[in-house]
Design a protein around this ligand. Sequence first.
Ligand SMILES: [Zn+2]
Length: 379
Amino acid sequence: MEINENVGDDITTLLFTLSHFLSANEGKSTWIIDLIAEKNGLFNIKKNYFLVLTKQKRFQQAQDNLSNFCKDKKIETPKILNAELTLTEEGADRSTLTIKSNYSIEELACELGSIVKKYKNELFNFNQQINDLKNLAIKVLEAFAQIAELNLSQLRLSEIKAEKTYFSGIPDLVQYEVDFAASGSQLIYPNPLEMSEDHVTYIMRNKEKNPFAISSKVLPNIDQVLLQYRYYYFIYLFHEIFHCFQTLNNQSDPNNGWSFEHDASFISSIMMLHASKLGTHESKKYFKPGKTEETMLFLADEGISTHNFLLKENGDEYLKGYEKWRESFGYEKPVSQDSFSFAESNIRVLDYYKIRITSEAYIEYYNLCQIKDGEVKFF
Ligand SMILES: [Zn+2]
């Protein structure tokens, strides 16, 4: 494996970590287990990823890969390569992650931002990423089928084609063009490198839910969108491939889309975890140790901010609906509308439902595994 392969994900890791420090005070970031939301995996993920960053040395590994990339490109050594992460245990429910550097978080992020700007086409090959992850997702589905002694060969999963969304330039279509879609043997994905200003403005409309808390002074919106989609691809690709499977398998959804959404969300993070352990070239290229935890933290950040937003705006109405949906394993609708018309005016709530079920499935499954010598081991 080439050492520089996929260094775009390493830079994303570094910037994501810095954005966590920026959102906290004075370069310190803390996690707190929310005892009230005991069943809420969103909060536990935070703890796991902080441990991965330090104990599994994800941050250091990303620094090493970036260092090789910079030598290769003859880029002056970025300041972040001398920064150090430390974790302080302060008690059973709280830890602090600190970054030690002679420079401010903004200075460190600014420099990384300029590398992203200059090399974005080389660092983020989204078409390649989607095709590689698609192949991994199909391999995982086939592995699951083998365990369940199912024969999927008649579904011809290997014929699923990934196609880029056509950006029409029509303002009313922007909200549909930024999403993924899948059915049968077709998967449609947006390529953020080709997005217009309208797409970027739409994606960044809820500033407070943006897990990249790096201000636009450090990194313009368009580049923040690139980093966000790097994570969206990791998780939503598995979700969409499962929709392909559902339709190719002629499944029907008596629950107007809600069962389909539940199942695709529930299984996506478990599929991603398995993909990270396949040991193939593609698996090692994308899933460096700690990558699934990091992706889930990205999602959990988005989920937690919407969770708090909904509580403030609507009380617990939508959250109660979520629990009904989850406890019935997708058989009961969380709201009275079907999932498609609900999405039209409540896309943020629907995204929250999907994120939360994805995160909770991940954490339950993750807890069945054990972390040993910096590696996740399955029982
Ligand atoms: Zn879906």
